[in-house]
Design a protein around this ligand. Sequence first.
Ligand SMILES: [Zn+2]
Length: 71
Amino acid sequence: MTAFLPPSLCTHTPPCPTADSPDREAAHVVAAHPEQGWSLLCNGVLLFEDTGELLPDGRAIAPHRPVAAAA
Ligand SMILES: [Zn+2]
């Protein structure tokens, strides 16, 4: 599955947090591309491995969690 998917992929019960929710990262991953460093969540959020996010409405969220730093 390589196509960019529409934002309404959530078929989970209870529904996952929406892209507008502070808990948006708790949604399920529906397409993981670790080789490209991102995952698509079922609420349409693109979650990058540095914890940056791209919301379905085009907003970008800066990385907000420290990544395990190489010593
Ligand atoms: Zn879901």
